[in-house]
Design a protein around this ligand. Structure first.
Ligand code: F6P
Length: 492
């Protein structure tokens, strides 16, 4: 990899969240989510300024004390980096996060709207767009422009669906900036984008095309994006090079599958916290363990997964008392009614299974709703079947993390609509996420598969993930930036 780069990373969630502990001391806790973890090595090895929303009350105090400037932070390996918080008006942030980004954009990008009766694109959505999503993106763009004034040669890395408008706002003010955007969620087919009124869907596409590079986790999402640019903006697509031409500029669209840090997982799996969790799990686990680990997000398809397990139990009374589904679910986005309702549906579906089949000393489905990472990694080590049946998913890192540390030749049952399927599908049991009968059969096939076949598949997944790790993902993106700079004639 070439030497240290000057980079400006921009994402809604930042690498740390500040809080006050019981004694009133300020403490910095690691920010949540896969994105923050994925970008850690970038911070460790390059000159990074990270721009993120101030999430907690204490983040806002930190931002005020810094008079809006970046503060010095220290990465895991001791390397310094800069963190600049953007403080948003609470109402604007609510419209941006709870009305536009989630659910509207998230639901479009995961095909979660049924369209018969929802969504209504009413005044509320228009208002949330113009008074929430756009102003929040403008605040991010202001921060990026200020940082580019300080460091004109830095490249800017935007992340995700919260920031579709910001690149264009930066481009208007800094025409020569080198801008890249990574979209961590699927890109839906062009027709589905027509849920959004024309000015909004145009703004989304034009915003993204203000970048020099736009990247997705899979070739499938890239293809959809290129088609959707053609459809929504009527721009010219160069299919062989996967580029979009328009406005005298060209935008490279790339498929760069995100991954994990295998060494980190090896270390976490051997940590005392995980070993303690594993001992308690091992003491109570049944003969066969079917695991799922997810956020309580409608896109994860938890309810259908429970229904599939119910069908499996119905068909296999010989397994009663010998199998358990363990569902470790991290509560997510509970200020959004669709998410709160989905959590209720998850709880009801789990209750249905247990009411039907439980008996003295056997809980068929153990549902745990909490954020407990050591417990999840302990379960990764212990599963016989890992169920990842997402309706649609940008990548799904559980499908990569869990096999890495599994000790039981566990089988991955994987949705054909999870981004991970493009890489791991050949070694998984593929399921259609809507086909609950098929998922029940896949659970049965996985639990009855010969040990050497299970081992062969698991080893292949582990080999692939070790070879295509997070370091490779970052290198590929830096190479994409070099290519963009060369195209623009800018210094590297
Ligand atoms: O998958 C997209 C993503 O932004 C992840 O990077 C992150 O882990 C997840 O969604 C969580 O979203 P939120 O920031 O809303 O909790």
């Amino acid at each position: 990899m070439a030497g240290r780069r000057k980079l400006i990373v921009v994402s809604n969630r930042g690498p740390v969240v500040h809080e006050r502990d019981a004694s009133g001391e300020r403490v910095a806790r690691r920010g949540g989510g896969g994105l923050v973890t994925a970008l850690r090595s970038l911070v460790e090895e390059h000159d990074v300024t990270w721009i993120a929303s101030a999430m907690s009350a204490e983040d806002k105090v930190v931002a005020e004390e810094a008079a809006g400037e970046a503060i010095p932070e220290t990465a895991r390996n001791g390397a310094p980096y800069r963190l600049r918080f953007v403080v948003h008006d609470p109402s604007e942030y609510d419209w941006y996060y709870n009305v536009v980004a989630n659910p509207m954009l998230w639901f479009i990008q995961h095909y979660l709207w049924g369209l018969v009766s929802e969504p209504d694109v009413d005044q509320g959505l228009h208002h949330a767009w113009s008074e929430g999503y756009v102003p929040v993106n403008r605040s991010f763009a202001d921060a990026v422009v200020a940082e580019l004034e300080r460091e004109p040669e830095a490249a800017v890395f935007f992340h995700d669906y919260h920031l579709y408008v910001a690149p264009r706002l930066v481009r208007e003010r800094v025409p020569d900036a080198v801008l890249a955007h990574f979209v961590h969620v699927p890109w839906s087919m062009p027709e589905y984008w027509r849920v959004l009124p024309d000015p909004i869907r145009r703004a989304v596409h034009e915003g993204l095309l203000a970048n020099d590079v736009v990247s997705f986790h899979t070739r499938r999402w890239r293809r959809n994006f290129l088609r959707s640019c053609e459809d929504v903006l009527d721009v010219e697509i160069d299919w062989p090079s996967h580029s979009v031409h328009g406005d005298g500029r060209s935008v490279a669209v790339r498929a760069r599958p995100i991954s994990v840090d295998p060494a980190e997982f090896d270390e976490i799996a051997a940590s005392p916290a995980v070993e303690a969790e594993e001992a308690s799990l091992a003491a109570k686990r049944p003969e066969h363990l079917v695991l799922r680990v997810d956020r309580t997000d409608p896109s994860k398809n938890v309810v259908r997964g429970f229904r599939a397990y119910e069908i499996y139990l119905d068909a296999h009374p010989e397994m009663h008392g010998r199998v358990q589904m363990l569902a470790l679910l991290d509560p997510s986005r509970q200020d959004i009614p669709e998410y709160a309702e989905y959590l209720g549906a998850i709880q009801r579906a789990a209750r249905t299974v247990n009411d039907r089949f439980q008996r003295e000393g056997w809980v068929p489905l153990d549902l745990q709703i909490q954020d407990n990472f050591p417990q999840a990694v302990a379960a990764y080590k212990q599963f016989d079947v890992l169920l990842v049946n997402a309706i649609f998913d940008g990548m799904n890192l559980v499908a990569k993390e869990a096999p890495l540390v599994n000790t039981r030749a566990g089988v991955l049952v994987l949705s054909e609509n999870a981004g991970a399927h493009e890489e791991l599908g050949e070694w998984a049991l593929t399921v259609n996420p809507f086909d609950v009968a098929g998922q029940a059969q896949a659970i049965h096939a996985a639990l009855t598969m010969a040990e050497d076949e299970r081992r062969r598949r698991l080893d292949a997944i582990v080999g692939h993930v070790r070879e295509h790790d997070i370091g490779g993902w970052i290198e590929d993106q830096l190479a994409d930036l070099d290519e963009a700079r060369a195209r623009l004639g800018a210094p590297a």
